[in-house]
Every structure is written in structure tokens, then in C-alpha cells.
Design a protein around this ligand. Structure first.
Ligand code: MN3
Length: 238
């Protein structure tokens, strides 16, 4: 019985009028499959879980709008371009981040920018919430108290030179740690000094606060605590 592959091979040979070996057809088929895999990884923006003005006065409406529609959108578009141009065939955003050293600076900066901002939007909420008992216990173990944790986190965010992020992560032993990364790097990347699973993240690029706070990054950090979505943070820990 003629298999489908044989049929296709014979049909191709007939069409081309030349002898084409099966292995070349298989190569073409496998290249196509790779192309399809690559096409399946596409970054997109999460829907903003609140209106641009919802976090006023802690984060002003114009900053939110520009940050979401211009800055974040640009990272999303650029990583999707890089995925096509570099034929990146990773299966998930997280897997791409874990292998990011294999790719270009464009891929690194924009995969980070795309992922980090989706994470950031979901870490914010207009309704106040509280860290869960489990999270408070873990924070107490790692940092002494919630206040001490906030002090250390704020210090990491304030002292990040230039542009970058501060993070609360779960390390591979399941302990909470505070870290910070330059540019759009994050702790999921193989290039990160301290790796782990992000639980909370704060964008300290000037574009995140400058319109409202100008040079006063410390005030932005202090007010940002008012709009942290602890409900989401608790879920990430669970
Ligand atoms: Mn930003």
C-alpha cells in the first residue's frame, strides 16, 4: 500500500520532473515544522486590569497610558520581530528567557521588556489587599518583618543604577530573596546573577515615574506600595 509520504514524494518528483530524494523532502518538512513552532511563540500584552487613571495619585494616568501603549507595546512588537528574524523556536516565554544568552541583545532586551511589563501590570491593583499569612511568615523568616522587607526592597529599587527592576523572588531552595536586574533583564534569564521565580517586581526605569515624580525615585517607590496587588502576589506563591 502506498503511504501518504510516498505518495507526496512521488507527486513532488512528478511535479518537479526530477528525482528528489526522500531525505530532502523530509528536511523540507522538518524545516516547515520548525517554522511553525517558531510562529507559535508570540508575545502579547495582557489587558490592563484597571483604567489608566485608577492608580492616581500613586501612578498618574498619563504615565500609565504612555507606559502601556507606547513603551510596553514597543517591546512586544520588537520581540515578535526578533522571534521571526532569528528563527527562535522556544516553546514558551519562560523557556526563551531561560535560554536568552543564545540570542541577540534585541531578543534579550525586548523579551525581558515584554514579559516584565505583563508581570508588572498584574502586580498592581486599585483595590488594596494584604499579603497572605503564608507570605507574611515567609517574609518574616527571610527578612525579619514586613517593614524590614519593604525597607530592603525599596533600597534595592532605589540603588539600581540607571534603568532596571527590583524583584522579590523564590530561589531554587524555596526561600524568598530580594534582587535587582539592569535594563529589562529578569531573574528567569540564564544571564541573571541571582535566578529565581519572580513573585513581585518593580519597574524603576525613569519612564515609569518621571512625569509625576521627576528625579524623586524614592517617593515613587514609597507610594507604589499603596497599589501593590498582594492578592496576585499571594497567588504566585501558592
Ligand atoms: Mn517600563
Amino acid at each position: 500500500m502506498q503511504t501518504r509520504r510516498n505518495f507526496l514524494q512521488n507527486a513532488a518528483k512528478a511535479t518537479l520532473g526530477i528525482a528528489v530524494s526522500g531525505s530532502i523532502l523530509q528536511d523540507i518538512a522538518s524545516a516547515k515544522a520548525t517554522e511553525l513552532n517558531a510562529a507559535t511563540l508570540t508575545f502579547s500584552q495582557v489587558k490592563l486590569p484597571f483604567s489608566y487613571a485608577a492608580l492616581e495619585p500613586n501612578i498618574d494616568a498619563l504615565t500609565m497610558e504612555i507606559h502601556y501603549t507606547k513603551h510596553h507595546m514597543a517591546y512586544i512588537n520588537a520581540i515578535n520581530e526578533a522571534i521571526v528574524a532569528e528563527q527562535i523556536a522556544e516553546n514558551s516565554e519562560e523557556q526563551l528567557l531561560a535560554n536568552i544568552s543564545k540570542y541577540s541583545p534585541k531578543a534579550r532586551n525586548n523579551a525581558g521588556g515584554a514579559w516584565n511589563h505583563n508581570f508588572f501590570w498584574e502586580s498592581l491593583a486599585e483595590k488594596p489587599s494584604q499579603p497572605s499569612e503564608k507570605l507574611v511568615t515567609m517574609i518574616n523568616t527571610a527578612f525579619g518583618s514586613v517593614d524590614k522587607f519593604k525597607e530592603q526592597f525599596a533600597a534595592a529599587a532605589a540603588s539600581r543604577f540607571g534603568s532596571g527592576w527590583a524583584w522579590l523572588i523564590l530561589d531554587d531552595s524555596g526561600n524568598l530573596k530580594i534582587t535587582s536586574t539592569p535594563n529589562q533583564d529578569n531573574p528567569l534569564m540564564d544571564v541573571a546573577d541571582i535566578k529565581g521565580i519572580p513573585i513581585l517586581g518593580l519597574d524603576v526605569w525613569e519612564h515609569a515615574y518621571y512625569l509625576h515624580y521627576q528625579n524623586k525615585r524614592a517617593d515613587y517607590i514609597k507610594n507604589w506600595w499603596n497599589v501593590v496587588n498582594w492578592k496576585k502576589v499571594n497567588e504566585r506563591l501558592a
